[in-house]
Design a protein around this ligand. Structure first.
Ligand code: SAM
Length: 329
């Protein structure tokens, strides 16, 4: 981020306004209501909204390029029509609804810095049915293209059993099965509420695939045994350092000899001041969980070596994410 002039700082500080307008439009599902176009009064009646605030908000969405406006009719821009019309196969509003649910936690950042006690709901990313649903289906929304891409980079050698810890919507499980026909079983370990959502997300595809859903809590339960690969994607950042070490230890126990642990995360550089995305994500996890943060490849790799993993290495697998992998020799 380059800040050279005062105007740059103004632009930075106003950034939340466009984000808020967009997130409220997603939350109120305005884009679904506009799939065939509509006027303010039609939309106000359909969604039980006040016409004046709605007009100002729709006009801002036009100014942002997310809606088009002609002769009193508002219509979705193509990117909105493709991603934010509920009921269409491509719907990806869950991730934005999840981001919107995180907004109050971000508003508490100054209080967090001042050491003030936070509301208990901050302790979970997805408390309550709707929030957890948006969180987990939001993970599907962001990994729809990413999962096959990342899985393709890993060059695994004919694994038979893979364990996906915190596998959420099952997107990675499905991508592994497509990419590696040698797989006889993919076990997806997650909290009971999430397992139900994952099964629902994969539907018939999941029933036909050799996926074994395991409802459990990795703080309390063993991760089993007899696996060739343990895959943990975007799980460590919600844990503190002791939690990361605990999970690495449980992965070690679950693996066969010569099996591999692969941890997929937004990784920080060693001095932890960048890149921007993981540095900001560390603050995201701070305000949401209190204990979580992002980690560097060096930190995770060191804890893996301490747990007994060898040939530990870090590999970049997408624009924003990397894996830390190690072998149980
Ligand atoms: C950020 S999501 C990552 C989902 C998926 N692995 C991905 O990369 O898209 C974190 C996952 O960890 C799961 N999780 C959180 N705490 C857990 C626990 N104590 N035991 C098992 N799973 C847990 C959540 O339910 C969620 O599916």
């Amino acid at each position: 981020m380059d800040f050279v002039t005062f105007k740059d700082l103004m632009r930075l500080s106003h950034g939340f306004q466009a984000a808020r307008v967009f997130l409220s439009a997603v939350e109120l599902d305005l884009f679904t209501a506009l799939q065939n176009g509509g006027t303010v009064s039609q939309l106000a009646e359909q969604r039980h909204l006040s016409p004046r605030p709605l007009t100002l908000t729709l006009n801002a969405l036009v100014a942002m390029g997310l809606l088009h406006h002609e002769n009193g009719m508002y219509r979705n821009a193509p990117i909105v029509e493709e991603n934010l019309v509920m009921g269409k196969g491509g719907y990806r509003g869950h991730i934005f609804r999840h981001i919107s649910h995180c907004w109050p936690a971000w508003s508490s950042l100054s209080d967090v810095l001042a050491g003030k006690e936070q509301a208990p709901e901050r302790d979970s990313l997805g408390q309550g049915d709707v929030r957890n649903r948006d969180f987990i289906l939001g993970m599907e929304n962001v990994t729809r293209e990413l999962a096959p891409y990342v899985v393709d980079t890993l060059a695994l050698e004919n694994p038979a059993v893979l364990l996906d810890v915190g596998g959420g919507p099952g997107t990675y499980a499905e991508a592994f099965l497509r990419r590696y026909p040698s797989l006889k079983e993919v076990r997806v370990f997650d909290l009971p509420e999430t397992v139900a959502l994952g099964k629902e997300n994969l539907g018939d595809r999941g029933q036909q695939a050799p996926i074994r859903w395991i409802a459990g809590d990795f703080f309390r339960d063993s991760l089993g045994s007899g696996t060739d690969i343990v895959w943990m994607s975007q799980v460590f950042h919600s844990l503190d350092e002791a939690g990361c070490r605990m999970l690495i230890g449980k992965a070690f126990d679950a693996l066969n000899r010569n099996g591999e642990l692969i941890v997929h995360e937004f990784l920080l550089d060693d001095d932890r001041t960048g890149p921007l995305r993981p540095a900001l994500f560390a603050v995201h996890m701070l305000v949401l969980t209190g204990v979580g943060r992002t980690y560097s490849g060096g930190e995770l790799g060191r804890w893996m070596e301490e747990a007994g993993f060898t040939r530990v290495r870090v590999e970049k697998v997408s624009d924003d994410t990397s894996v830390v992998r190690g072998i149980k020799s």
